[in-house]
Design a protein around this ligand. Structure first.
Ligand code: SF4
Length: 466
C-alpha cells in the first residue's frame, strides 16, 4: 500500500521533536466575544474539584439574584455507576441559562478569576483529538464566535492551545472513562511517543480502518471540499458520499485503499431521483433534533444532565416530535409552524460566496479536527459521522430557507444559517457523550453512504442552476 502523507495538513509544530504535536487547522479563528450564549441550554458538568472550589462561596452575598437559590444538581450515584460524566452540575435557571450567568458574564470568572471556573468552561470550545499522527485541534461550533469565525487564528494561538490541552487532559482523567490512553500518555505526549496512541475508527460498523487507511480516505474527502473540483456545494456532499461508498467497496474486497486518491466521484444520477417516504421521515426527524428540540431542551437541561430518564419521554416533547416527524410541520419560535417540505424545496438563487465558504469551512474543520467520527464522536463510524454532517447541512439549509420563504426572499441569509449551525452543534455536543450502545444504534441507522443522496439531488435543484 502507498504510504499516506502523515504531514498532510501539517501545521504549527506538528513534527518538532520534543514539542506537543499539535495539528491546527488553517483559517479557523476563535476568541470569546462575551455574548453569553454558550452558557445556555446545558447544565455544566462539575468535577469533584470544580465543585469543591465553588460550593462554599456565599454567592447570594455577592449576587443578590442568587440568594436562596439552589445552584447545583447532584448525580454522584449516576457518576459512580458510569451513567453520568460528572458527579455534580450547575443548575440552569428558568431561561435555560447556567445560574452563574449574570448580565451575560460568568459570575465565577468575575468574582474568583478565570482559573476557578469549571474545567469544562475553561476548555470550551476547544477540541483536541490525539491520534497516531498528532493531536488534532478544533473548536466546537456551539459558540457563535466559532460559527462566525471571529477572533485570532488558531494557528496563532499555539501557547494558549498547549495550556488548554492540559486542561482537556485533566477533564478526561476526571471522567475516568474512554481515553485511558489520554490519561496515561497525555502529559508527556510528543512527536516521538505518538506511535503509542491508539485510535479506533471504522468505515462502517464492523469494517475497521488502520490509521493510514483512514488518512487516505480523509485526504480524498478534504480535496473534494477544498479544491475547485466541485464548485457547487451540494455536489461536494454527493461526491463525498460516492468516495465513501467506493472506499467501502475497496475495503470489503480487500483492495488497496490507496486507489481512492485517484477516484473520480460520479454524482449525476441523483438529480433524477425523488426521495422516498423513508428518507423524508429521517429528514423530518433530523430537522426536529437539530432545530425544535434544541429550543425545547432548554426547559429540560437540568434533568437531561442528571436523570437517566430522557426528557424525550416528556408529553410536550413527544407531541412536538410526532407533529414534526409524521406531519412534516415544525415550530420555529420567530416563524410559527412551517412546512418542512415547502421550506426545503423553496426555490432560491444560487448561494452567495459567503454561504458557500461558510459551509466548506465548517465541513473542512469538522473533518480535519476528527470530531465527526471515531473516539471524539462516541465511536461513530466514518460513514455514519459523515451522514450526520450531511443531515446537519440539509436541516440547516431548510431552516434558513424557511426564513427566506416567510420573507419572500430569493437568497438565504448567512445569519440564519449561522443560527441553525449554532443550534445543531449544541446537539452534536450531546452526541459526543452517548453511551456506546446508543451510539451503535445510531451508527447502524446511518450506515449507508447513499442515505441522503436523493435528498441532496432534490434540494440542489431548488438552489440556483444545478
Ligand atoms: S460556569 Fe460560568 S462560564 Fe461556565 S456555563 Fe456557567 S456562566 Fe458560563
Amino acid at each position: 500500500m502507498t504510504e499516506p502523507n502523515l504531514n498532510a495538513n501539517s501545521t504549527t509544530g506538528a513534527s518538532v521533536p520534543g514539542q506537543l504535536p499539535l495539528r491546527i487547522p488553517e483559517g479557523i479563528r476563535y476568541n470569546c466575544q462575551g455574548c453569553g450564549r454558550c452558557c445556555t441550554g446545558y447544565a455544566v458538568g462539575l468535577t469533584e474539584d470544580d465543585y469543591q472550589r465553588i460550593k462554599d462561596v456565599d454567592w447570594g452575598a455577592r449576587y443578590p439574584q442568587l440568594a436562596g437559590k439552589e445552584l447545583y444538581t447532584h448525580s454522584e450515584k449516576e457518576y459512580a455507576a458510569g451513567l453520568s460524566l460528572y458527579p455534580h452540575h450547575t443548575k440552569t435557571n428558568e431561561h435555560g441559562e447556567c445560574s452563574f450567568l449574570i448580565d451575560n458574564l460568568c459570575s465565577i470568572h468575575s468574582s474568583l478569576g478565570e482559573s476557578e471556573k469549571p474545567g469544562m468552561c475553561k476548555l470550551f470550545p476547544y477540541t483536541f483529538v490525539p491520534t497516531p499522527s498528532g493531536i488534532y485541534v478544533g473548536v466546537a461550533m456551539n459558540s457563535m464566535a466559532a460559527v462566525r469565525n471571529i477572533g485570532q487564528l488558531l494557528t496563532d494561538q499555539r501557547e494558549q492551545l498547549e495550556h488548554t490541552w492540559h486542561i482537556a487532559v485533566q477533564q478526561e482523567k476526571s471522567h475516568g472513562r474512554a481515553s485511558q490512553q489520554v490519561a496515561s500518555l497525555a502529559d508527556s505526549l510528543t512527536v516521538e511517543s505518538l506511535s503509542n496512541v491508539q485510535y479506533d475508527v471504522s468505515l462502517v460498523s464492523g469494517a475497521p480502518l488502520t490509521w493510514e487507511q483512514y488518512l487516505l480516505i480523509e485526504a480524498r474527502i478534504l480535496r473534494a471540499i477544498q479544491s475547485d473540483e466541485f464548485p457547487n456545494i451540494f455536489h461536494v456532499f454527493l461526491a463525498i458520499s460516492d468516495i465513501l461508498a467506493e472506499s467501502l467497496k475497496l475495503k470489503v474486497s480487500n483492495q488497496d485503499l490507496a486507489a481512492i486518491s485517484q477516484f473520480k466521484p460520479s454524482i449525476d444520477r441523483w438529480f433524477e431521483e425523488v426521495p422516498g417516504v423513508f428518507e423524508n421521515l429521517v429528514f423530518n426527524l433530523i430537522a426536529f433534533r437539530n432545530n425544535e428540540w434544541t429550543t425545547l431542551r432548554k426547559q429540560y437541561a437540568a434533568e437531561w444532565a442528571t436523570s437517566t430518564k430522557s426528557p424525550l419521554t416528556q408529553p410536550p416533547v413527544i407531541k412536538a416530535a410526532l407533529r414534526t416527524v409524521l406531519q412534516g410541520k415544525m415550530f420555529i419560535p420567530e416563524l410559527g409552524i412551517i412546512s418542512l417540505d415547502k421550506a426545503r424545496n423553496y426555490k432560491t438563487d444560487a448561494f452567495e460566496p459567503e454561504v458557500d465558504g461558510f459551509i466548506r469551512r465548517y465541513l473542512y474543520h469538522k473533518i480535519f479536527s476528527k470530531t465527526f467520527c471515531g473516539p471524539a464522536m462516541s465511536g461513530l463510524s466514518m460513514i455514519a459521522g459523515f451522514n450526520n454532517l450531511a443531515a446537519n447541512f440539509l436541516s440547516g439549509i431548510t431552516y434558513a430557507k424557511a426564513y427566506a420563504l416567510c420573507r419572500g426572499e430569493k437568497q438565504i441569509r448567512l445569519a440564519n444559517l449561522y443560527e441553525a449551525y449554532f443550534l445543531m452543534d449544541k446537539e452534536m455536543a450531546s452526541l459526543t457523550q452517548l453511551p456506546r450502545e446508543k451510539a451503535q444504534f445510531y451508527d447502524n441507522g446511518f450506515s449507508s453512504a447513499r442515505l441522503f443522496c436523493r435528498l441532496f439531488g432534490q434540494i440542489s435543484a431548488s438552489v440556483g442552476d444545478r
